[in-house]
Design a binder for this molecule. Structure first.
Ligand code: FNR
Length: 378
């Protein structure tokens, strides 16, 4: 039976993912922070938006192609950065990079991923983006940017919405610590997921390999430290200016939620803004990403990327109609990897392509430029 019959939507992959990975890994992937009100708001906000369907437009072919930052993409979709993706599924970063390259879509590697820029370099296409939790030390910054450029990454993404760590209570309840410690509680959860355990055993325990060379010889780091947090700082505008000078390619700032942040970032030479509430993982009092998108669109002519809650083609159309040029998914790709392993990312891309076309057909839209105005449905 083909994958579309078994898993026609991302919700089907999500259900299977939960059955295939240990509970603490599931909680790491799926949770938000607090009581998860922001996580729910992301979904509710998207569902509240819609369009009046079109009739009597005759047969149409729908073309999902877009231009973004000087490149042409077959659809406005890419892979958001996922820290420690290799904990969720072994070789997640390599599998995502390959699937995105094959589909000619952007792939973003997190600097706290389980693979380094050098590890994924052989798998990258022409649209590899690197996401930075900003290192404090200027020498580390320079070295990292050199490595990223040499590995073939074209675009730098500065994540600005983690000024402090969030609490993610669900993760704590599951027994997950920072860094992960193999307690009897975690081992019992792993024992219930043999496919994941076997694959992990083959690949070895995941760690933040990009940061290895900055921590290996560092005697001043406690052995229990979460290296990702120890090396990073909370960036300010000066940091953005520094990065703009140091990086030749496109620079994107991720985590923008206020319209008034747009103009200073444009003045600093940033090429695009990534509107996101981090999928509800950082601040439980944040509005839905989709609800602030029109206000940021009105405040700037910079290209806008959107993520937070996207689960299908209709969500991509909603985001486009609300002001986004491009849309990224975080969890969707990871549910697919956990559910289907290597076949997962390409299947999600296929789901999104089919769903996008099916919904464009309902709207009589031959291209993404022809999407009608968005409606608030309640
Ligand atoms: C993330 N996200 C994230 N963002 C980032 O800039 N750097 C990172 O290392 C991570 N790590 C990470 C891990 C996990 C498990 C998740 C689920 C998310 C946030 C991510 O890039 C994106 O903003 C959200 O996932 C988008 O929301 P959806 O698509 O998951 O609803």
């Amino acid at each position: 039976m083909d994958l579309h019959s078994l898993y026609p939507g991302i919700a089907d992959l999500k259900r299977r993912a939960q059955r295939r990975i240990p509970h603490f890994v599931w909680e790491y992937l799926d949770s938000g922070t607090g009581v998860e009100a922001t996580l729910r708001r992301n979904r509710v906000g998207l569902d509240r938006l819609g369009f009046a369907p079109s009739i009597l437009h005759g047969p149409i072919e729908c073309d999902t192609q877009v231009e973004f930052l000087g490149r042409t993409y077959p659809m406005p979709v890419g892979v958001a950065p996922i820290g420690m993706a290799g904990l969720i599924w072994p070789d997640a970063e390599g599998l995502l990079a390959r699937a995105a390259a094959a589909a000619r879509l952007p792939f973003t590697l997190s600097n706290v991923a389980a693979q380094s820029p050098e590890d994924v370099a052989p798998h990258l296409g022409n649209d590899a983006w690197f996401q930075l939790y900003p290192p404090k030390d200027p020498d580390i910054r320079r070295d990292l940017l050199d490595r990223v450029g040499q590995a073939g990454f074209s675009t730098l993404v500065l994540t600005a919405d983690v000024p402090v760590a969030s609490r993610r209570e669900r993760q704590t309840r599951s027994g997950l610590t920072n860094p992960p410690k193999l307690t009897p509680k975690l081992l019992a959860q792993i024992a219930q997921r043999p496919a994941w355990a076997m694959a992990m055993a083959r690949n070895g325990p995941p760690r933040m390999r990009t940061l290895d060379r900055y921590t290996d010889n560092s005697s001043n780091l406690p052995p229990t430290a979460h290296v990702g947090y120890l090396l990073r700082t909370s960036p300010d505008m000066e940091y953005v200016h520094w990065l703009r000078d140091a990086w030749d390619g496109p620079l994107i700032v991720k985590g923008v939620m206020r319209p008034e942040d747009a103009e200073p970032l444009k003045q600093a030479g940033v090429d695009a803004l990534w509107v996101s509430n981090h999928g509800g993982r950082q601040f439980d009092g944040a509005p839905a990403g989709i609800d602030v998108l029109p206000t940021i669109r009105a405040a700037t002519d910079l290209p806008l990327i959107f993520d937070s809650g996207v689960e299908g083609g209709l969500d991509i159309l909603r985001a486009r109609a609300a002001g986004a040029d491009f849309v990224m998914l975080g969890r969707g790709f990871m549910y697919a990897l956990a559910a289907l392993g290597a076949a997962g990312p390409a299947h999600v891309i296929d789901i999104l392509r089919q769903d996008l076309k099916a919904n464009m057909g309902q709207l009589g839209a031959r291209t993404l430029e022809e999407i009608p105005p968005i409606l608030t449905l309640d």
